[in-house]
Design a protein around this ligand. Structure first.
Ligand code: CO
Length: 467
């Protein structure tokens, strides 16, 4: 039997992939113009004198970008999330801004330009945006850079009027306001959320250039809310209850069926993210958090939970979010995100200035528990070395790892491999395709957790490869 999967791309898929590649190139070109400086070569992009920086962006849109250089003085633009201030020649010779000049809510520095990149779907209301993993330090994702996936835009919801209705196979159906929920004892946990479509362009050949494009559908926040188990005790469940329909209040009325066992185990009705109210793009005022399960099940703008004895077979678990196997059958209700990792430095589109020491770093995670260990290879997986954890591994959270590398200036292929506490080892792409088949973009779309390879060429440039 022929082992090499044949891939037939229809014209629509081919056009979409072409559009994606072009959009990413435009996004990267804008970034490069912000960072353009012979001294940086993509590696140390933050050392530019102010006067040379041009703030080039339009949040969520690459086409709408405006060159600040084209604007007259006094019309200087700050990046999204920042305010523009004149830079004094010597900050020790004049007073800074008065305390409270920001109105009491802080914003980031005008010199920080990272933004989410919107995947160029034709319809910008059903689209997704990716976290700039190569620019994020530490473990938590800033709330403003958390990846997004929307199916009907971002609703504006008044929390004083928002209710979540819990009904179906229960003893007593009840509505809870946000204020009601805040009266219960809360729980706070750091969990990653990963879209099961993370990496969907990368099944057949390396497609996107940067780690933001290949892996940017993962983010980690600290979530605060009420365990569903607490609510279940409050209303009482019927013996026959086995599934829960979770429904969002967006224009898509997103719905997913969740096994009751998972809901009782660790589901959270979350109103908090990173110490403040959850962001609108993340489900304000209430989101279902299902630790370790595919992002789509974490229903945002949660308004209804219906208990039943069977799944509801919604669009998002029949037409979408199923996994087409090589034999033409599909897996359904594939909820758990398997162990995965990626090197974020160095990564695609960067350029190392020359041989010498580099601190390889990246993120690892598993939907099944703690990350046990991460190994790093600089020779395409022939030799593996244990990486160091920069953060303490927590269950179902990302961990920041690093590995000291003395680059000899020869071509190298960098990989990372995650092992979780269940003993599961992150597979190579070949191992994954042997099980799942290669139905190509976009037959096998979801749950690509294969080892990522970055090729470092002798001139120091880093690129996305399959190795
Ligand atoms: Co799935």
């Amino acid at each position: 039997m022929e082992n090499t999967p044949t891939l037939v791309l229809n014209d629509n898929v081919r056009r979409l992939i072409d559009a994606i590649v072009i959009a990413e190139q435009r996004h990267l070109a804008e970034r490069r113009s912000e960072e353009a400086c012979a001294c940086t070569e993509g590696m140390f992009p933050r050392n530019l004198p102010t006067s040379r920086r041009s703030f080039v962006f339009a949040a969520g849109s690459t086409a709408g970008a405006v060159l600040a250089g084209a604007a007259s003085a006094g019309e200087q633009k700050a990046p999204p999330g920042a305010q523009f201030y004149e830079v004094p020649a010597d900050p020790t010779k004049e007073l800074g801004r008065p305390v409270g000049a920001d109105g009491g809510y802080g914003s980031r520095s005008q010199f920080e330009t990272e933004v989410r990149w919107r995947f160029p779907t034709a319809n910008e209301y059903t689209s997704w945006s990716m976290s700039p993993l190569d620019k994020i330090v530490g473990n938590l994702t800033p709330s403003g850079l958390h990846f997004e996936r929307h199916h009907g835009g971002i609703p504006t919801i008044d929390p004083s009027r928002h209710m979540v209705f819990v009904h179906g196979m229960v003893q007593e159906a009840k509505k809870f306001s946000i204020a009601d929920l805040k009266r219960f004892p809360s729980t706070t946990r750091k969990y990653f959320i990963e879209c099961s479509g993370n990496g969907l362009t990368e099944w057949v050949k390396p497609t996107l250039k940067s780690v933001q494009g290949t892996h940017g559908l993962i983010s980690t926040s600290e979530w605060t809310g009420v365990p569903f188990a607490t609510i279940a005790r409050e209303i009482g469940l019927k013996e026959s209850a086995a599934w829960v329909l979770a429904e969002g209040a967006d224009a898509a009325v997103m719905t997913r069926s969740i096994p009751l066992e998972k809901m009782l185990k660790d589901a959270i009705l979350a109103y908090g993210q990173n110490g403040e109210a959850i962001r609108p793009e993340q489900g304000y005022p209430l989101r279902l958090i299902l630790p370790g399960w595919e992002g789509n099940t974490h229903i945002k703008w949660l308004r209804r939970l219906e208990l039943s004895d069977k799944p509801f077979m919604t669009r998002e678990e029949t037409s979408k979010y199923t996994d087409l196997m090589a034999n033409g059958k599909a897996r359904q209700f594939t909820f758990e995100m398997e162990a995965k990792s990626v090197i974020t430095f160095p990564s695609g589109e960067m350029k190392l200035p020359g041989p010498g020491f580099y601190n390889i770093t990246g993120l690892a995670w598993s939907g099944r528990g703690r990350v046990q260990s991460v190994d790093v290879s600089t020779d395409a997986g022939k030799t593996w070395y244990p990486a160091r954890f920069d953060t303490v591994p927590e269950p179902i959270s990302t961990v920041r790892f690093s590995f000291p590398w003395l680059w000899d200036g020869k071509a190298a292929t960098l990989q990372s491999r995650c092992t979780d506490e269940t003993g599961y080892v992150q597979p190579t792409l070949a191992q994954l395709i042997a099980i799942r088949g290669a139905n190509g973009p976009f037959g096998s779309i979801y749950h690509l957790n294969a080892i990522q390879s970055w090729a470092v060429s002798a001139d120091g440039s880093v690129s996305n490869v399959h190795a």
